[in-house]
Write a protein that binds this ligand. Structure first.
Ligand SMILES: [Zn+2]
Length: 283
């Protein structure tokens, strides 16, 4: 026998299920650093930086250009350059299918936007990588677009900015991806001869083949606070050298302390920093 008994069988005229729920999904974001719950709009208005602890959330390529370029306007170059899957590669799914999915999701043809615009009134060539496109990996298209952006910078004598956000070379294009490291590095040597400045901005994460080529070849190499920067991942290194890695290893601040970077610059100060740096280089 039950201790409590319900008087009525059910509540009359209950509110329909879908009206009872308040839509909150996608309105809030949890900060992975301080665990604060932040209203998404507040986060967006704060350049995707946690208002409580300054944690820098990842921003996509378009937002990045909006943050850096005057009037949030630019001319995009080589927007429709896309990979032709040179190896006809397939892993868990065919690379061609993976490309198509990434393209329809991002509205981009590959993992980088190369743009021509102004920064602090000065004409610049600015490239921004898109992590959402197959992990911001560098295949033939990213390499070619970066090389063309460098050539444009030489031609126009405009300083170059590349914002990296990448897991490294694109495995699905194998050696064709690796070729890009040499191609881009050679183009940067020509940029150097032409005495056109290049500032590399390393954001979270910048690893693998991108770190091993243009990301570390800037006249200035600067990073956002807390960014993961490295070549191989920490687990691979630990297993290879059989040693425990120090605290904060491969974070921007650690790299600055050990002489791998020139500065760690908060996102909101980045534009002013670049403007000042180019003034120093060119005026
Ligand atoms: Zn936070």
């Amino acid at each position: 026998m039950a201790w409590f008994k319900r008087d009525k069988r059910s509540i009359e005229n209950p509110t329909p299920v879908d009206e009872r729920r308040v839509r909150t999904e996608g309105l809030w974001e949890k900060c992975p650093s301080c665990r604060a719950t932040i209203w998404k709009k507040d986060l967006e208005e704060n350049a995707n930086i946690c208002p409580k602890c300054e944690y820098h959330f990842r921003v996509d390529a378009r937002q990045r250009l909006e943050l850096l370029l005057d009037d949030q306007t630019w001319t995009e170059h080589d927007a429709d350059l896309s990979s032709n899957d040179p190896l006809h590669f397939a892993d868990t799914k065919p690379y061609a299918k993976r490309l198509k999915d990434a393209q329809s999701k991002s509205g981009m043809s590959d993992a980088i936007i190369t743009a021509e615009g102004r920064l602090g009134g000065r004409p610049v060539i600015c490239c921004a990588m898109e992590f959402g496109f197959i992990g911001g990996s560098m295949g033939s298209v990213v390499g070619e677009k970066v090389a063309r952006a460098i050539e444009l910078a030489i031609e126009k004598k405009s300083p170059l900015v590349i914002v990296s956000c990448s897991g490294g070379a694109r495995m699905m294009e194998g050696t064709v991806s690796l070729m890009q490291l040499a191609k881009v590095s050679a183009a940067l040597a020509r940029l150097d001869e032409a005495k056109v400045p290049f500032v590399s901005i390393l954001t979270d994460p910048t690893t693998g083949g991108v770190t091993a080529s243009y990301a570390m070849l800037g006249d200035l190499n600067i990073a956002e606070p807390g960014a993961l920067i490295g070549f191989a991942g920490p687990r691979v290194i630990e297993q290879t050298i059989r040693q425990k890695l120090p605290e904060g290893f491969q974070r921007a601040e650690f790299l600055l302390e050990h002489g791998f970077l020139d500065a760690v610059v908060p996102r909101k100060e980045m534009k002013a920093y670049l403007s000042q740096a180019f003034g120093f280089f060119l005026d």
